[in-house]
Design a protein around this ligand. Structure first.
Ligand SMILES: Cc1ncc(COP(=O)(O)O)c(C=O)c1O
Length: 394
């Protein structure tokens, strides 16, 4: 079994997202609309190809540290939250250790855990409990080998925000076991706080926090991610950086510093767009009897359940006949649900929701017809069977 760990490494969800999620009406993305370079107002002479960034670019590390009010020694820069999650798990564990992670969750984190040879255990975030954390279930699933407890805040796929009181309960449990709590806060940036109230401050010895400029600010291409971690662990991450990346692309680091300077303006623009998009989404969902949903307080995503029929069949129809996409719930181990994201420009959200509504109507009609057809067929089969059994019939 050990032999397959690397050759099978990957994420089905990420592969689907990269190759098959695109559509004219795209509700499958979870980030805000791409910010054009022109809006950063950068002049070419503000950039350089090479610079001093042996262990991160100092002005960038300082910008991250200032934003979170932490020491620079607690900051590790990374290529997006993706690599930040990898560095965090790799630095905090040894092969054979256990990772206790929420269910449902963001699939690539599971992929990293498998790749690192970790035992994966789960705790529930039940839809019936508004995707909150079942702390009792979490405690039941801790083992002496648990080195990291992992979750996303806001949650992907539901968008649920976790209370600080729950995070404290979890860090108390982690402390007793000598484990860390990894919180992926990439969607927490969508609260658009000037100084984010990160979980890191609740217990700087226990929490490892990851995030980036990707989701809230439309800056995915900068790959500007980071980890906030206890110092010893941060040092270990820089050692891993030595063997993986050497240095980061300096141009992107320099652009990221300029983006941090403009963050208040970018945040204001994104927030206004998201407020309106969320209003449209809420209105849409309120009008649908065929969906059951939890409404998150923040963020771009919602994870409704299709009450009747099969989500995979519905997604097929949506793509092929309406040129629209959402994320099928199977990628989050909940095949009755699908994820809708409304970070794209408002006019596109409006048009995409129209297509989604039309597709749901069409699917409902088809599904009802299929049910009638199946009922008639079952009835006919029964009649045939009874007829055959009638004594004396030749
Ligand atoms: C929970 C979560 N973490 C991390 C990422 C990746 O973020 P980044 O672009 O910063 O690597 C995503 C992207 O979908 C995500 O949903």
């Amino acid at each position: 079994m050990m032999a397959n760990i690397r050759s099978s490494a990957g994420s089905e969800y990420m592969r689907w997202a990269k190759l098959y999620s695109g559509a004219k009406h795209n509700l499958a993305t979870s980030g805000m609309a791409n910010l054009p370079l022109a809006e950063l107002g950068v002049e070419a002479d503000q950039l350089e190809i090479n610079g001093s960034d042996a262990y991160g670019y100092p002005p960038l590390l300082e910008a991250i540290a200032a934003r979170y009010q932490v020491d620079r020694e607690n900051v590790v820069s990374a290529m997006g939250t993706s690599l930040a999650n990898y560095l965090a798990l790799a630095a905090a564990t040894e092969p054979g250790d256990a990772l206790l992670i929420e269910q449902p969750t963001y699939d690539p984190i599971l992929g990293v855990a498998r790749y690192l040879g970790l035992e994966i255990r789960r705790f529930a975030r039940p839809a019936e409990k508004q995707f909150g954390i079942d702390v009792e279930d979490l405690e039941r699933n801790l083992s002496p080998r648990t080195r990291v407890i992992a979750l996303c805040n806001l949650h992907n796929p539901s968008g649920a925000l976790i209370d600080d009181s729950v995070l404290r309960e979890i860090s108390d449990l982690a402390r007793k076991r000598g484990a860390y709590v990894l919180v992926d806060e990439v969607y927490r940036e969508m609260l658009f706080e000037a100084q984010p109230q990160s979980a890191f401050h609740l217990d700087p010895e226990r929490f490892i926090v990851t995030s980036s400029l990707t989701k809230a600010y439309g800056l995915s291409g900068l790959r500007c991610g980071w980890v906030l971690a206890p110092r010893e662990l941060a040092k270990r991450m820089w050692s891993l950086h030595d063997i993986h990346a050497g240095t980061y692309p300096f141009v992107a680091e320099a652009l990221s510093v300029l983006a941090f300077e403009k963050l208040p303006q970018i945040a204001a623009k994104m927030r206004a767009m998201l407020d309106e998009n969320r209003r449209l989404l809420r209105e849409f969902l309120n009008g649908r009897g065929d969906l059951e949903y939890f409404w998150p307080q923040y963020g771009t995503i919602v994870f409704p359940r299709l009450k009747r029929g099969k989500v995979d069949d519905f997604c097929h129809l949506l793509r092929n006949e309406f040129n629209a996409s959402v994320v099928p719930g199977k990628f989050f181990e909940m095949p009755d649900h699908f994820r809708v994201g409304v970070g794209i420009p408002t006019e596109q959200v409006r048009a995409a929701l129209e297509q989604l509504g039309a597709a749901l109507e069409r699917y409902r009609g088809q599904h009802e017809k299929e049910l009638v057809f199946r009922e008639v067929k079952a009835h006919q089969d029964l009649e045939r069977a009874l007829f055959k059994k009638t004594p004396g019939h030749v």
